[in-house]
Design a protein around this ligand. Structure first.
Ligand code: PGA
Length: 259
């Protein structure tokens, strides 16, 4: 079988824990992940995205290890009267390195549009967080032959405000999230290459070559190697399978260069 493609981009495997776990559960999962990756190759970056009340706990476990921590969302404003919201500065202060922006569950449940997501990306950059911006088409749009148009529109909104150098994109087809129905390697490769070439058209080949694009949506230990073997797939944003240390570690191992 063909191994993962080796590129100059550092692979990133991110675990999106969504609204799961309590402090004790988060601590033990983070401990198992940090222990499990201690011996793993430096070629891959690993990040965990717990919900906000669990961040300090997870940051404490990950301190001094090679596992980074990120928030699942942020508000575009620096501070203010925004009840229930979290700022980028607060995430950075608690020890986050990354933040998710525009996850499809936020777009769906909170009406986040492309412009708001772009503002969140900029707010992350302002405080030195690495934004992981999620894009992806619904099943309805894919079946209507409009997947490319959706991705282009979502990406254009980011490019319109100026994508930061640290930007990470996550291609997450909505129909694959939490459904067990993973995108085929062909679909993932096609989407990643569309995103990268549009990025290149607007920001130049060098920026596009450095852009990391993750795949997300039912990534599991038994399907990541085939996806990681495709051109332009620079890692994974993992939901369900990141809640089990053994399967998350298997995903990390299965997508490492030379695996
Ligand atoms: P899933 O979620 O791996 O459970 O499909 C991915 C995501 O929502 O980021």
């Amino acid at each position: 079988m063909k191994g993962p493609v080796v590129t100059g981009r550092r692979r990133l495997i991110a675990g999106n824990w969504k609204m799961h776990l309590d402090r004790a559960g988060a601590r033990s999962l983070a401990e198992a992940v940090t222990a499990g990756v201690a011996a793993a190759t430096e070629a891959t970056e690993i990040a965990l995205f717990p919900s906000h009340p669990l961040l300090s706990e997870v940051v404490a476990v990950c301190a001094g290890t090679r596992v980074a921590v990120g928030g699942q969302d942020l508000h575009p404003a620096e501070q203010g009267a925004y009840t229930g919201e979290v700022s980028g500065a607060q995430l950075a202060d608690v020890g986050c390195r990354y933040v998710l922006c525009g996850h499809s569950e936020r777009r769906r449940d909170h009406g986040e549009d492309d412009q708001l997501v772009a503002q969140k990306m900029l707010a992350a950059e302002r405080v030195g967080l690495i934004p992981v911006v999620c894009v992806g088409e619904s099943l309805e749009r894919r079946q209507a032959g409009r997947a490319a148009e959706v991705l282009e529109n979502q990406l254009d909104a980011l490019l319109a405000v100026g994508a930061p150098a640290s930007l990470v994109l996550a291609y997450e087809p909505v129909w694959a999230i939490g459904t067990g129905e993973v995108a085929t390697p062909d679909i993932a490769e096609e989407a990643h290459s569309l995103l990268r070439s549009r990025f290149a058209d607007r920001l130049g080949a060098a920026r596009a070559e450095a852009l990391r694009i993750l795949y997300g949506g039912s990534a599991k230990p038994d399907n990541v190697a085939a996806l990681a073997g495709r051109q332009g797939v620079d890692g994974f944003l993992v939901g369900g399978a990141s809640l089990d240390a053994a399967s998350f570690l298997a995903i990390i191992a299965g997508s490492a260069p030379g695996a």
